[in-house]
Design a protein around this ligand. Structure first.
Ligand code: ADP
Ligand code: ZN
Ligand code: MG
Length: 490
């Protein structure tokens, strides 16, 4: 985006997010919810979710509970009575000819998400949270020059939660931060895997621009089916520039629904406001109003875990961690739980910062290398605590510690066991260290001469020679002190 456009116009964004709920069964029938990217097509389908006439929907209590969890986590007010409505349209992935959704009276309203952007902390208001059902999936193929559309109804009727924001977002960074925060919340609540590649959480961006300083909103477009944060960012950047060019040229923006063309990195028109859908919403006659009483709301509220932002703020405050460390350690619940479990097992003399360095440094590196997740690694928090303690207490030096952790990671054995078996115990014996320092200096007269001629960096090289002689086991602090002593005495 050019700087001129960035300063002349302000981008205004409102996001609509669809998140499938990770329930066992579908929203209105008993069919299992399966991975729609891998399960054989049309294997979890019944008369209800395939839209046979004469069938009746029954609301999935778990889906309502999951929806309430998200709504409460967003600080929304739950409507004790909400109404299911029919949203009528025809599409081959929607055999009933309508989607059961919520319209005038959604499950919940008036929440917010706090995000960090380059401009500081921002609060984005959440307009509404409502329950609906997902549609099936279409795959378009070509066979001998003939186009076919294949319909898979496994996803039809999967519980879907729609979360709509106010047009409070003002930047690409804000849109990403909001999207990531919402994804993190549904993952903390364990109601959605957050797996964007599988399409279980999907984003639509409403985008308009206005002259910087103006109070009035411009005309918005809606960009559908953004399947990654990167795509969302690019679509927002593209639209900001496109709309700015139109306004600069004296034109006006059409309110339309757009798609994103990955190949051309541009948006394209799907339909204009003129041919906007008339969904002819009306209350679903086959379902009574959805009633949730205060007692149920209280139970669900009490079941909420500590939420990501609260945990992030607490980690910074209680453990004195940097913004970065606190945010990566609270990125998901498993990592935050792991870190706190390690803390419980180290002596109080070991600071949280040291534990944080081990987890976000060496352990994350091993996990990334192995392409695995912290929930399944062989190094239990107690075991990592044992290693960190051994290093802190000087039984092994930090470098040996890294080697030992690598071995713990592959074998699942404990630190002490590995140190004993491989004779890695750190040597702090000053007589021994004095002897190998002397040997190193005797063997390298040229480097010593360079040092004496003022090239002090040679000391580091000599340090390396001593450590090699000690097979890495010497206490580095003792070696440094002894080396300095002997070099100055020369
Ligand atoms: P629709 O059914 O037309 O999609 P919704 O109420 O579901 O309407 O969603 C409207 C979305 O558009 C909300 O996220 C809202 O914040 C956003 N929005 C409304 N006006 C603007 C605007 N001028 N610029 C950007 N976003 C807007
Ligand atoms: Zn079914
Ligand atoms: Mg919309």
């Amino acid at each position: 985006m050019t700087e001129a456009i960035k300063t002349k116009y302000e981008t205004v964004i409102g996001l609509e997010v669809h998140a499938e709920m990770k329930t066992d069964s579908k929203m209105f029938c008993g069919c299992a919810v399966v991975d729609s990217t891998s399960a054989p097509p049309n294997t979890t389908v019944c008369p209800v979710c395939s839209g046979m006439p004469g069938t009746l929907p029954v609301v999935n209590r778990k889906a309502v509970e999951f929806g309430m969890k998200v709504a409460l986590a967003l600080g929304c007010t739950i409507n004790q009575t909400s109404i299911f409505a029919r949203k009528n349209y025809f599409y081959p992935d929607m055999p009933k000819g309508y989607q059961i959704s919520q319209y005038e009276l959604p499950l919940a309203e008036h929440g917010q998400i706090v995000i960090n952007t380059p401009r500081g902390e921002e609060t984005i208001r959440v307009t509404r949270v409502h329950l609906e059902e997902d549609a099936g999936k279409l795959t378009h193929i070509e066979n001998n020059g003939v186009s076919h559309s294949l319909v898979d109804l496994n996803r039809a009727g999967v519980p879907l939660l729609e979360i709509v924001s106010e047009p409070d977002i003002r930047s690409v960074e804000g849109a990403r931060a909001y999207g990531e925060a919402l994804r993190q919340i549904v993952r903390y609540l364990d109601v959605n895997s957050g797996d964007m590649e599988k399409g279980v959480i999907r984003f639509e961006a409403n985008i308009s621009i206005r002259p910087t300083g103006s109070e009035e909103f411009g005309t918005r477009v809606e960009v559908k089916n953004l399947n990654s944060f990167r795509t969302m960012e690019r679509a927002i950047e593209f639209e900001t520039e496109r709309q700015a060019r139109v306004l600069q040229a004296g034109g006006s923006i059409d309110q339309e629904t757009l798609g994103w063309n990955e190949a051309n990195s541009s948006t394209y028109s799907m339909r204009s406001k003129e041919d906007a859908h008339d969904y002819r919403y009306f209350p679903e006659p086959d379902l009574p109003p959805l009633v949730v009483d205060q007692a149920w709301i209280d139970v669900v509220r009490a079941s909420l875990p500590e939420l990501p932002r609260a945990r992030y703020l607490r980690f910074k405050e209680e453990y004195q961690l940097t913004d970065y460390a606190a945010s990566v350690l609270t990125a998901d619940r498993a990592t935050a739980d792991y870190f706190e479990a390690v803390l419980e097992h180290v002596p109080t003399s070991v600071s949280p910062k040291i534990v944080s360095n081990w987890v976000t440094g060496e352990l994350f590196a091993l996990i990334n290398q192995a392409g695995t997740g912290i929930e399944v690694i062989k190094v239990q928090p107690e075991a990592l605590a044992g290693l960190v303690r051994s290093v802190a207490e000087g039984q092994i030096n930090p470098n040996t510690g890294k080697t030992v952790l690598g071995e713990m990671f592959t074998s699942g054995r404990g630190a002490e066991e590995i140190v004993a078996a491989r004779g890695l115990k750190q040597v702090s014996d000053t007589d021994f260290i004095a002897r190998i320092v002397k040997d190193a200096l005797d063997e390298n007269p040229e480097e010593v001469a360079l040092y004496q001629a003022g090239k002090e960096s040679v000391a580091n090289w000599l340090f390396g020679q001593v450590m090699r002689k000690a097979k890495g086991k010497a206490n580095p602090q003792v070696v440094r002190a002894e080396l300095e002593k002997q070099l100055t005495k020369l």
